[in-house]
Design a protein around this ligand. Structure first.
Ligand code: ASP
Length: 357
């Protein structure tokens, strides 16, 4: 009897061990069949820490590293195989052209690897849209690239970083996100880098897709895309960062009442090759600034008119000087003008690019 009991026990133990091994094998298979998403961390509030769970201003940006960020979201393991890399660890007000180029080159290298399904960039929200639009113009792949951030530091109550990382990785791992250009994903929304902008200095729902709306939403962690962007992006642009070690200087001059020309003179004296006018209304320029803007253009500086209102198009108007910035806000117009000037100095060709991209 005891012999049979022993046999029964060994069968049971063997059964447990073999089914345990089988479960582990299935888990490993699931793990290895999941898409590989590379996460590049650059800093910002998403990697920030505060002194208490109620501190949501005055905290320190760019403290946590990529590995710590990824470990804070255990459910990532169900969505993708993720690997983390640190590109920088700064508040996004300190993202320089050098960091932009380093990031873009790394994104292109990763996307060229067959095993990489998509890339996520964690970033400070203040200039997130500039990096996203830059990548939208220079990434040479149809694979998803998603930029995310958070409004609350990691230590805050209801910190939005972990959920935004999970959503960004989910979108980057999704084949439905391919060919849509660089995406900005925060707060359940999927926006195109071309149109999405930070609109509020403090609130969680700060990112809005002005005029043209978000292109998708995440429901129960499933991305739903509704629209596509008609402007050309990624593989459809002529910009090649692999050949670039620096970007031309482009400055933004902000329009206001009693505006003088000296900010334009200073930009030209500093060596600007391009100037974006953040004009009032639909890109209007004050009479007091026109002589300086004309001097800049005569020296070969490419001037582009945009609007400081935050949305809307800049129309042709012979009263003012400069190319038309389409409906790009001043900071995104600067990104496109920098890249345009890496390819051409011809104002007609630059104007064409403002219509295309
Ligand atoms: N100052 C921070 C940054 O842009 C703000 C944020 O991430 O929300 O890096």
């Amino acid at each position: 009897m005891s012999k049979y009991r022993n046999l029964f026990c060994s069968a049971l133990v063997f059964g447990f061990i073999s089914s345990g091994t089988a479960i582990a094998q299935v888990q490993n298979q699931t793990q290895t069949t999941l898409p590989h998403v590379a996460v590049l961390a650059t800093g910002g509030t998403i990697a920030g820490t505060g002194a208490s769970e109620t501190q949501t201003t005055g905290y320190k940006s760019g403290v946590l590293t990529a590995d710590v960020l990824l470990k804070s979201v255990p459910s990532l393991g169900k969505v993708a195989r993720v690997s983390g890399e640190q590109v920088s660890n700064v508040g996004s007000e300190n993202i320089t052209n050098e960091i932009l180029l380093k990031l873009a080159k790394r994104v292109n290298t990763l996307l060229a690897q067959p095993d990489i399904a998509g890339v996520v960039i964690t970033h400070g929200t203040d200039t997130l849209e500039e990096t996203a639009y830059f990548l939208n113009l220079v990434v040479k792949s149809d694979k998803p690239v998603v930029v995310t951030g958070s409004m609350r530091p990691s230590t805050a109550i209801s910190a939005d970083g972990p959920s935004n990382i999970l959503q960004a990785v989910t979108v980057a791992a999704s084949p439905t996100a391919r060919g849509r250009g660089v995406l900005i994903v925060l707060n359940d929304r999927i926006g195109s880098a071309r149109y999405t902008t930070k609109t509020n200095a403090n609130t969680l729902d700060t990112f809005k897709s002005s005029d043209d709306g978000f292109i998708g939403t995440l429901i129960d962690q499933v991305p739903h895309f509704e629209t596509a962007v008609a402007k050309l992006q990624t593989t459809q642009t002529p910009f090649d960062v692999s050949k670039l070690d620096s970007l031309p200087e482009v400055d933004i001059v902000y329009g206001h009442q009693n505006d003088g020309g000296y900010m334009y003179d200073a930009a030209v004296a500093h060596g600007a090759r391009g100037i974006v006018v953040a004009g009032v209304g639909a890109g209007s320029e004050s009479l007091l600034t026109l002589p300086s803007i004309k001097k800049a253009v005569d020296k070969g500086v490419v001037v582009v008119r945009s609007s400081r209102t935050g949305s809307g198009y800049v129309p042709e108007d012979s009263a003012y000087i400069g190319l038309l910035g389409d409906n790009l806000n001043p900071q995104k117009a600067r990104v496109l003008l920098m890249l345009a000037l890496t390819v051409t100095n011809d104002p007609a060709r630059v104007q064409e690019m403002f219509q295309q991209f």
